[in-house]
Each structure stands twice: as structure tokens, then as C-alpha cells.
Design a protein around this ligand. Structure first.
Ligand SMILES: [Zn+2]
Length: 337
């Protein structure tokens, strides 16, 4: 993730949002009356984890409207059987989609319960103050809010057996799909740096720079980012506010900018890069930083996603740009070696 600098999200004032138009749906945890400890799910995906033997802490109902990333066919089936079942566990290798900045979608995979393997069709963010669990857009606070724990909610395919709280289960992530998102996410960040370099001479005022010293167009103009297998789409605003910051889009040739960015990317891929995700702790909301050493310098970006550790498996990263009066769209593609 690289949330733009002016991305507001929901502050603690967002609690007020519960009484606004925001729907608040509270799934009751643990019918035995116990409450969840206020500890974030321990996550292993930042270090590339794919399997975890975990204890079930809670079984919750997830409204299918909150499972927005689930295959429509599965959501349709869920309509017939009611809500979907979500599992909260002590530890998880699953990367959940972040409702606030949904750049990287959820991992896919399975959970094995009492010898029966069932599909995990979605992984969403949950938040609790101990008694109730809110999921996805119903979460009224931002990650890390004191008094709240953030958890991975593994959404099971409709009709799956449901484990009891306290039971151990085996969580396994679909490795090829995860890898394809790592290729896409890493390429997305590196392409953004190449775009910053290609647009550097269009700034008429000083603005914050990226780690390579170029004006951070990506950080200042990014509206949305979507990672897909071996690629990404990023949308940037080119409106009045960016013009006020000093960006001059007059006569912008997307062909020329794309050619410049692709030249930079070819040079970087040829030279190679080392990439790491630094973590401040094992919890879901502990700060994680993407660190990439490129020939032109080191970039550090706050990012909760999954990544490659080098460009060894990459033959090429290329971008294609499209522009309207108000937006620039960058499509990034990876070719594997
Ligand atoms: Zn990221």
C-alpha cells in the first residue's frame, strides 16, 4: 500500500460515523459469552508465510455485502444460505483486503478443519473492542486505534463445516496466486518510481520527493491503486489541486512519458534490485515498510502488501499510460523470465 499523503481515512472522530449514515452491523462473538483478547492477528504473510497451524478464536457471521471481493457466483450462492462464515484465528498467513485502501486483494486458499479441507473465498479485515466484531466498511476506527484489535477474518465457502472455538485448523494460502500478486505489487511500486522520474521536469514548485530524489507525483496525485496477478492499474488526478501544487500537465504526451518510464524500468530490471518488507512487530496492524534498493537509490514506502524479494524472476516491467483532462491512468505489466 502507498496511501497518498492526503488520504484521510477515518480518524478516531470516525466513531461518530457510526451514528451517521454508516450501517453498523455487529456480529456477536463467541456464543459462550467470552470475549476476544485485544490482540491483533499474528500475520506471517509479510515474510512470505503460506501455511499456519492456528487456533480458532472466534466464528462469526460475515454479511455477504461485506465480502465484496468474493466471486459473484459465491456471493449469489450465499444469498440462498444466509450469511457467510468467518473464522478468526491466533495466527494467519492470509493477506486480507483493506477496506480503506483496497490496493491488494485478499489471498485465496484453504482451511482444513477436522481433516476436511474447505475453500477460503475471501479474507477481510475485522476489528473488535472485545465483545463484537465489525468487518470491512463497518469498522469505525482506523488501524491501530487504542482499545481495538484488528484481525484477519477468513471467509469460508458456503456450506463449509464450521469449527468450534478452541479447535486447531490448518490455514494454507494458494501459493501461485500469492506469487502473482507479489509480482504485481512490486512492479506497481517500481513503476510508480519510474513515473515520478519521467514527470520530474513538469513541476514548477518544490514538492516532497521520493527516495530517488524525484518530485513524488505518485504520492501527491494517486487516487486509486489495484494490484492484479502480474500487474496493476494506478489512477492519478490531474486537476486544479495538483496544478496549484505546481504540476504542469500542458501538452503532456503520454507516449513520451511512457517511453521514458519504460526506458528507466528496463535499466532497473537489467541491474536488479533487492527488496525487503521491514516489520515493527508480528501483528496485523504493526507498521510495515517496503524497502527497495534500485541503481538510482533506495525507496521506503509504508506498505501492508506482499512482495518479491528481488527482480530475479522478472524479464520486464512495462507501463502503458492513458490521459484525460482530469486523470492519468497507468497500466503496469510484468513479463516473467
Ligand atoms: Zn504497496
Amino acid at each position: 500500500m502507498r496511501v497518498p499523503t492526503d488520504f484521510g481515512g477515518l480518524g478516531s472522530a470516525g466513531l461518530v460515523g457510526v451514528t451517521r449514515s454508516r450501517r453498523s452491523r455487529q456480529a456477536v462473538l463467541r456464543k459462550d459469552g467470552q470475549v476476544l483478547e485485544l490482540i491483533d492477528t499474528r500475520v506471517t504473510f509479510p515474510a512470505g508465510g503460506l501455511r499456519a497451524d492456528a487456533e480458532v478464536l472466534a466464528v462469526v457471521e460475515v454479511d455477504r455485502s461485506e465480502a465484496s471481493t468474493v466471486d459473484p457466483a459465491v456471493r449469489g450462492a450465499a444469498a440462498e444460505v444466509g450469511a457467510l462464515t468467518g473464522l478468526v484465528t491466533t495466527i494467519s498467513p492470509f493477506h486480507p483486503v483493506d477496506h480503506g485502501w483496497p490496493d491488494q486483494g485478499p489471498d485465496r486458499g484453504t482451511v482444513t478443519i477436522d481433516g476436511v479441507t474447505v475453500e477460503v473465498v475471501d479474507a477481510v479485515l475485522g476489528a473488535t473492542q472485545g465483545v463484537n466484531l465489525l468487518t470491512a466498511t463497518n469498522i469505525p476506527v482506523r488501524r491501530g486505534e487504542p482499545g481495538w484489535a484488528f484481525v484477519v477474518v477468513h471467509v469460508l465457502a458456503p456450506g463449509s463445516p464450521v469449527p468450534v472455538v478452541g479447535r486447531r485448523v490448518l490455514l494454507e494460502v494458494d501459493a501461485p496466486y500469492r506469487e502473482s500478486l507479489c509480482f504485481g505489487h512490486t512492479a506497481c511500486h517500481i513503476a510508480a518510481l519510474a513515473l515520478n522520474a519521467a514527470l520530474a521536469d513538469r513541476w514548477r514548485k518544490p514538492v516532497p520527493t521520493d527516495g530517488l530524489g524525484h518530485p513524488n507525483f505518485d504520492g501527491l496525485a494517486l487516487v486509486s491503486s489495484r494490484i492484479r496477478p502480474d500487474g496493476a492499474r494506478d489512477v492519478y488526478r490531474l486537476g486544479k489541486s495538483l496544478r496549484k501544487r505546481g504540476f504542469d500537465a500542458t501538452g503532456l504526451s503520454v507516449e513520451a512519458v511512457a517511453a521514458a518510464a519504460n526506458g528507466t524500468l528496463a535499466r532497473w530490471v537489467e541491474a536488479g534490485a533487492t527488496i525487503a518488507v521491514e516489520t515493527e512487530g508480528p501483528g496485523l496492524t504493526d507498521r510495515r515498510t517496503w524497502v527497495c534498493d534500485l541503481p538510482d537509490g533506495q525507496e521506503r514506502i509504508a506498505c501492508g502488501g506482499t512482495h518479491l524479494q528481488s527482480l530475479d524472476g522478472v524479464a520486464a516491467i512495462t507501463v502503458d499510460l492513458d490521459v484525460t483532462d482530469s486523470e492519468l491512468t497507468m497500466e503496469t505489466e510484468v513479463t516473467r523470465s
